[in-house]
Design a protein around this ligand. Sequence first.
Ligand code: SF4
Ligand code: SF4
Ligand code: SF4
Length: 267
Amino acid sequence: MRKPQIAFFDFACCEGCQLTVLQLEEQLLDVLEHVDVVTWREAMTEESSDYDIAFCEGSIARNEDIGRIERIRDQAKVLVTLGSCASIGCHNALKNKWEMEEMLDLVYGEEGKHFDTVPARPISAVVDVDYQTYGCPVSIGEFVEVVKHILTGQQYDPPNQPVCVECKLADNQCVYEKGEVCLGPITRCGCGAICTTYGEACQGCRGMMASANPRAALRALTRGDANPIMRKVIEAHGLTEQEIFEKIRVYNNWPQLDFEELPVNDD
Ligand code: SF4
Ligand code: SF4
Ligand code: SF4
């Protein structure tokens, strides 16, 4: 029986997610027993337009990307987004704060008129997507899980709880206690709380979970009557609501976040 043929594609991104998959080493060899890789520019010379499963990395950021992802969608039986650029827009969507012509002028000056650009968006904003993986770079455990789900024909529901859940399971000291701002309370888990496990604050790279209440997070981190730990954070960093909002926006600017209209979940 023919093994599923898989292909990797990249759009606007740093290609770090593909590199992360390549670094799977022994686990990658296990995966390769069950599939045939037919296209992967970062890893091999051969390519084929006959594939069943497409892993797509990066955001849609140019007009020409739209036609290309539509062609991939037409060919692939299964389309998977690889990492946060592809799944939530990631840093690429920061450019959406500007009008595209103004942004081109800021970055490239006179030469900007030669570039094709549109507001950056996740792949699911253009075509239907079957599976999504998150993280910058992609959370490797989630990538392996998704591959297993595809090969066994199961749906994969990404986790939708905060990083704090995995952080507590790992018995970590909360970085707030060290006077650092952490986006774990509003960020989708699934990375094993890797940053906080190594003592670093979560920067929110897996995107906000659906039930996140960023407005409440801003209030908790800036209000004067905060509990002693929160007061320590506020004293150490002196961040305003606007400054914390800018941290949230780094990975979460699709659809474009507006400070005044920040989504609030009162559940
Ligand atoms: S999600 Fe991060 S690591 Fe992956 S391609 Fe985008 S910028 Fe690179
Ligand atoms: S360190 Fe961050 S992720 Fe961990 S419990 Fe504290 S706020 Fe949550
Ligand atoms: S802890 Fe936060 S920043 Fe680190 S990998 Fe997980 S979601 Fe990304």
